[in-house]
Design a binder for this molecule. Structure first.
Ligand code: HEM
Ligand code: CU
Length: 543
């Protein structure tokens, strides 16, 4: 092909740890995030073992269980999900997709990884040396006055990690504004870029609120300054307002990037231009903005006024509209398309189905009266796992498979890919669907013992979790094994549109041999002659 070095050429540890290449930083994130995912997953496994029987007989004490679910939640949210798609796929793809050589601030990008690792390692430290028992939500007054675990250290870890999110968001925003190739107008941007742009806005505007909030918790604990303590004139409910003002939008930091991935996979594997491009782009922005107005739906039972509750309930319903627009447009894209059921598409279909269930049950929770009934039960646990695991993790896996050939130059074995997608889907539903029923029947969350009538559904859930675990380990194995092959994937194994597919796989150090000029609209697919196209694409990839 060419004599220019690809970005993987240099092997030394030093070259990786000091890199400012956005592609390498993406891979650094990928390695660390994978590690955290499996640490958080190990915690989940122990919890599910504990919950297989009504009695607490695995961990021995409720305190140990409290620490476990807290660390599971903290790790999965702050060290896995929030950075997953933006920091791995976003870092890798954003410059390639807009025809840039790198992000606007390459050194800042590397710094954000170090900041992330600092926070993450403090998290691991907490896990090994004592733990936290407040839940990932750190509710006051328990966290400020009663818990005698490592709350201040956890606040520090979250505070630090927040900065990596802010830096990534800033970097993306400036990059999209200033580094687009000639001809790459705003309405020619891939939807992946639109979604990441919207996500970045939430990161930059929301994360500082969280950072300040956890800092206040730490200060209150250490110095009793009276922000949350009523005896000193404070208000414990204030914490919930501050916390959810970030943490509701944060669910969009987790799911908008997932939608970004799906918006690339669906048109490619349907061989059709995406239906309603501008609506999908606009709905990302709408979600980012309206997501800031609904935090009160987490506080229906906190004693907030009935009228406030009603307003938050109604606005929450309105946020469902832009999400529904996306689901509608993806579905319409597939309709009359020529759908290829390759691995990334299987994950995308999984995302659409599971995210829809998560979204609809979210509407149930947004209905004030229903929420009073199922608040803090397993119904909520099922709902958020459908969004975060069924949605965001499926999209992450789909994205990893879709762009793996681009990132590494290697193709993974398609048969194993399909099998693992299937196992993940089945295992996921068996794990989390029974929890909707459990919650509806009244099983509370965050308990390590329960009454015996809940056991059958809990055993189903634990069985599902074991299947799911197998599904998650499989890609780790075959993707890593694929690295032993020579690089043969070719620049564009899926016959996809988009600038990232016009350069080598793996890409050269500076992304493109010649700076690209964009002359066409995005998603220029045609459904004609798809069978031939597919066979050509796939045989090209596994030659
Ligand atoms: C992989 C399989 C998983 C299993 C079997 C699992 C299982 C559990 C269990 C048993 C709980 C405790 C529920 C409670 O008592 O309230 C829980 C809570 C939670 N999970 Fe998972 N989980 C999994 C994956 C994930 C992932 C991937 C994420 C996020 C990316 C996640 C995020 C959370 C959060 C935020 C909580 C709440 C923790 C808290 O209450 O403080 N989980 N999970
Ligand atoms: Cu919310």
């Amino acid at each position: 092909m060419s004599n220019e070095e690809d970005y993987l050429q240099e092997y030394t540890l030093r070259s990786w740890l000091l890199t400012t290449d956005h592609k390498r930083v993406g891979l650094l994130y990928m390695a660390s995030i994978t590690l955290f995912f499996f640490v958080g997953g190990a915690a989940a496994t122990v919890m599910r073992l504990e919950l297989m029987t009504p009695k607490g007989d695995v961990l021995g004490s409720p305190d140990a269980y409290n620490r476990l679910f807290t660390m599971h939640g903290v790790i999965m949210i702050f060290f896995f999900l929030v950075p997953s798609i933006p920091a791995v796929l976003g870092n890798f793809l954003l410059p390639l997709m807009i025809g840039a050589r790198d992000l606007a601030f390459p050194k800042l990008n590397l710094l954000s990884w170090y900041v992330y690792m600092t926070g993450g390692l403090i998290g691991i430290w907490i896990l090994l040396f004592g733990g936290v028992d407040t839940g990932w939500t750190f509710y006051t007054p328990f966290s400020t006055m009663f818990s005698n675990t490592m709350v201040v250290t956890a606040a520090l870890a979250v505070f630090i990690t927040g900065f990596s999110s802010i830096l990534t968001g800033l970097n993306f925003i400036v990059t999209v504004h200033t580094m687009r190739a000639p001809g790459m107008t705003w309405f020619r941007l891939p939807l992946f870029v639109w979604s990441h742009y919207a996500t970045s806005l939430v990161m930059v505007l929301g994360t500082p609120v969280l950072a300040i909030t956890v800092m206040l918790v730490a200060l209150e604990r250490l110095f009793h300054i009276g922000i949350f303590d009523p005896k000193l004139g404070g208000d414990p409910i204030l914490f919930q307002h501050l916390f959810w003002f970030y943490s509701h939008p944060a669910v969009y930091i987790m799911v908008l990037p997932g939608m970004a991935v799906i918006s690339e996979i669906v048109p490619c594997f349907s061989r059709r231009p995406i239906f309603g491009y501008r609506f999908i782009a606009g709905s990302s922005m709408a979600i980012a903005i309206f997501g800031f107005l609904v935090w009160g739906h987490h506080m229906f039972v906190s004693g907030q006024s009935m009228y406030a509750g009603m307003v938050f309930s109604i606005i929450s319903f309105l946020v469902a509209i832009p999400s529904a627009i996306k689901v509608f447009n993806w579905t319409t894209t597939m309709y009359k398309g020529a759908v290829w059921l390759d691995t990334p598409m299987l994950y995308a279909l999984g995302f659409i189905g599971l995210f829809t269930i998560g979204g609809l049950t979210g509407l149930m929770l947004a209905s004030l009266g229903v929420d009073v009934h199922v608040h803090d039960t397993y119904f909520v646990v099922a709902h958020f796992h459908y969004i975060m695991v069924g949605g965001a993790v499926m999209a992450y896996l789909g994205g990893i498979h879709f762009w793996w050939p681009k990132m590494t130059g290697r193709m993974y074995p398609e048969i194993w890919g399909k099998l693992s997608a299937l196992i993940v889907f089945v295992g996921f539903n068996l794990t989390f669907f029974p929890q909707f029923i459990l919650g509806y029947l009244g099983m509370p969350r965050r308990y390590y013992e329960y009454s015996p009538e809940f056991q059958v559904l809990n055993v189903m859930s634990t069985a599902g979790a074991s299947i799911l675990a197998v599904g998650y380990v499989m890609p780790l194995v075959y993707l890593l094994l694929s690295l032993r092959q020579p690089a043969y994937a070719g620049p564009n194994p899926w016959g996809a549109t988009g600038l990232e597919w016009q350069t080598d796989s793996p890409p050269p150090v500076h992304n493109f041999h010649d700076m690209p000029v964009v002359t066409a609209e995005p998603y220029d697919y045609s459904p004609e002659a798809f069978q031939e196209e597919h066979d050509h694409a796939v045989s090209h990839a596994s030659r």
